[in-house]
Design a protein around this ligand. Sequence first.
Ligand SMILES: *Cc1c(COP(=O)(O)O)cnc(C)c1O
Length: 490
Amino acid sequence: MTADTVFEKSHPGRRTTYVTSRGAPPAGLDLLPAGALRDSPPMLPELTEGEVVRHYTNLARKNWAVDVGFYPLGSCTMKYNPRLAEQIAAWPEFSAAHPLRPVRAAQGLLRTMYDTERMLSHLCGLARFTLQPAAGAQGELCGMLMVRRYHWERGERRNTVIVPDSAHGTNPATAALAGFKVVICPSSEEGLVDVAALRGLVDDDLAGIMLTNPNTLGLFERDIQEICRVVHDAGGLAYYDGANFNALVGRFRPGDMGFDVVHLNLHKTFGTPHGGGGPGSGPVGVVEKLEPYLPVPLVTKGPEEFELEEDRPQTIGRLNAFAGSALVVLRAYVYLRLLGTDGLREVSGMAVLAANYLKQRLSEAYAPSHPGRCMHEFVLSAERQSDDFGVRALDVAKRLMDFGFHPPTMYFPLTVPEALMIEPTETENLETLDAFAEAMRRIAEEAEHSPELVRAAPHDTPVGRLDEVAAAKDLNVRWKPGSGGTSGDA
Ligand SMILES: *Cc1c(COP(=O)(O)O)cnc(C)c1O
C-alpha cells in the first residue's frame, strides 16, 4: 500500500481542517488581479491528517540518511552534524528574520556572520571572506570571476586556467563558465600534480591554477609550495578548492602555502548536513590584493553597529539577492564555537585516521589506487573483480545496500578504472568501520564464488536495480491516471 501515491490515496471530502474558511476575502482586499485567479479549485489530494502523516513517514523510511547509518560517499563528507547547531538555527530570533529587515534590527544575525567570517579567515590564513555564494560550485565561480577581474584591472588579458586531471569536476566547469580556456595538467605516477609537466604548461597567458587538496584520490599535494611558485612566477593566481577541508582544518592554512583564493563548503565541513537539496554555503576567502573584488554586500563592522557594505567600486557585483545563506552560516558559527581550535584539529585528525584504518583493512580484497597513506578518503579499484568475475564497481556498490550501508562514490575520479571512492568521515565509531570492512570483504568473496548474486543486487531494498539512465532522462515524478505503476516503480 505504501507504494501508492498520495493522489491514489485521495478520497473526495476527506479533510484536516482546524481553521474554518471564511470564504472570499472581504471586498476591497483583492490580493490578486482577477486574471490571475483560478476558475476551478486545484486538483489536490484529499486525505485526513493521519493519512498524510503515515504516507510521508513511510516514504521517508525508504530513504537512507546519515541519521540512519553509515554513508561513506567519497568527496561528499556525509558526517554527523551536532544537533545543537540545528536547534539554534531554529530559534525564531534567527529563523524568522526577514532578509529585508533593517540592519539595525538584525544586529545579532549580522554579528554571527561577521564573526564566522573572521574565524574562517583565521583558519585559512587569508585577509577576508565573502559568505555570499550558496554552494561550493558557486564559490568557485565567484573566485574565478575575481581572478579574471584582477588581471583585467591590471590591463592583462590572461585566458588560460590549469586544472589537474585529478581535480573535482566542478573545477574545469567553473573555469570554462568564467570564460577561461581550460588546460589539463597530468598527474604523476604517485597521483599528484606532475610539477615538471606543469612547468611546461605555464606561459604569459596563464590566469591561474585550480587545485583541490587533498585531491580527489584522497592524496595530499605535497608540492603545493612549488606549484604556487611556478604559477606566481608566470603571473598567475592560485585557487584552492577547500571543499574537503575536514581533512586539514586546524592543521593547514592554505593562505600560508601561497594560495590567493580559497572556497570552503560549510555544508560539508562546518556543521550543515550535505545533500537533500537544502541551502548550502560556499564562502570564498582571498588574500589582501583581491579584497576589492569581493562581491557585495559584505558584512562589516562600522563604528557603532554591523553593516552591509554595498559601495565597493571594484566589486565583481552580486551573486545572490542577500548576504548569504544566513542560517547555514549560523550553523557554522555554532560548530566553530563549539569545537574551538583543539576540537577542529581533532576533526581533521579523526577524519584522516578513520580513512587510513579502512584503507588498510580493505587493501587486501580490493586494489587501492595508490599505496601508502591517504588523507580523509581513498579510492579502491574493483578492476580485479571486474576482469576475473564480471563483477563491476557498480555491483559491489549495489550489494552494499543489502548489508545496510550507503554505497561509496563510484567511477570517480575518472583516472581510476572501476573506482570506489570511500570517505568514512570523522564521526563514525570503530564498530561501524569494522562492520563496513567486513561487508566489503564478504562481497569480494561473493564476487568470486557467486558473482550472479552480486550482479543482481540489491535484494533487500524497497526497489531493486533501477534503469538509471531511463530514470534520469524520463523522470516520472508525477503520477498520471492510467499510467499503471507509480513513480516508485519507474
Ligand atoms: C563537493 C565539492 C565541490 C562542489 O560543492 P557543491 O556545494 O556541491 O557545489 C567542489 N569541489 C570539491 C572538491 C567537492 O568535494
